[in-house]
Ligand binder design. Structure first.
Ligand code: GTP
Length: 255
């Protein structure tokens, strides 16, 4: 499958947006805040108006945190499966908001539940993107012990995304926690190795390693900033770019 989708004014033509489950709660402490999800949908819509193709991986921490449950004594694999189910709930909520905003969306789940979503089929996902549909990948990788950040890295590679946009509550990666330390410095660029060595906790190490091995850039940015996704894909320096030492962008490997 050869992809000819290239828009000259865009730095990134196909992106994988990673949204945490927690981002779905807005200022609540649990669950889904409809106005927050609607805001996200509008941000995505604005980005799509440029012609960019968007795939999304969503977490489930607003509903169930597998790791926390396993620390409290639940078997890790069971806890992780429950977390994967939580991501399906979030995916359906986000699909609903996107479609209310006239963005055709398909949800594909790594764990088959065909009454609710399509199963994950890589080539079909790419075809959806080519047809201008947003694709949400639910249920992580379908395996326990892997986070949704790792699912984002894996899916990004599989669909030939140019970048992972990792949405967070802060506007990038800092030398220390900016909430606690007023002298914390924001980085414009860091290397994968720096993230791993210094334990800059933007993504777990499996996800970062996967990106490093495949030279897939990550942009860590604040989803609450108006128009940030659109600005990033147009090449504005928003947030922090994580990349290799040589600064090379991901080599195009279209399918
Ligand atoms: P094209 O093949 O490009 O026409 O894509 P399409 O997604 O519009 O066509 P399709 O006939 O495959 O799907 C129509 C609708 O059914 C879409 O909303 C799909 O998401 C949904 N759909 C397709 N396969 C499944 C499935 O296995 N389970 C569920 N629940 N929905 C599905």
């Amino acid at each position: 499958m050869e992809n000819k989708h290239r828009i000259k004014s865009l730095v990134y033509n196909r992106i994988l947006l990673k949204i945490s489950g927690e981002a779905m709660m807005g200022d609540k402490s649990y669950g889904i805040d409809p106005s927050t999800v609607d805001f996200m949908a509008k941000e995505i819509k604005e980005a799509i108006s440029t012609g960019v193709q968007i795939a999304i991986v969503i977490g489930g921490g607003n509903i169930f945190r597998g790791v926390e449950a396993s620390v409290k004594g639940m078997e890790r694999a069971s806890a992780d499966y429950m977390g994967m189910l939580a991501t399906v709930i979030n995916a359906l909520a986000l699909q609903n908001s996107l479609e209310k905003n006239d963005i055709p969306t398909r949800v594909q789940s790594a764990i088959e539940m065909k009454e609710l979503t399509e199963p994950y089929i890589r080539r079909k996902a790419i075809r959806h993107l080519e047809k201008g549909r947003t694709v949400i990948f639910a249920a992580g990788t379908g395996n326990p012990y892997f986070t949704t950040d790792t699912a984002a890295a894996l899916r990004a590679m599989e669909i030939g995304a140019d970048v992972i946009l990792k949405a967070t509550k802060v506007d990038g990666i800092y030398s220390s926690d900016p909430v606690k330390d007023p002298t914390a410095k924001k980085y414009n660029t860091v290397t994968y190795i720096d993230v791993l060595k210094r334990g800059l906790s933007i993504m777990d190490s499996t996800a970062v390693s996967l990106c490093m091995d495949n030279n897939l850039p990550i942009v860590v940015f604040n989803l609450r900033g108006n128009g940030n996704i659109k600005r990033i894909i147009k090449g504005k320096k928003i947030g922090t770019l994580v990349r290799g030492n040589n600064g090379a962008r991901v080599k195009k490997k279209y399918h």
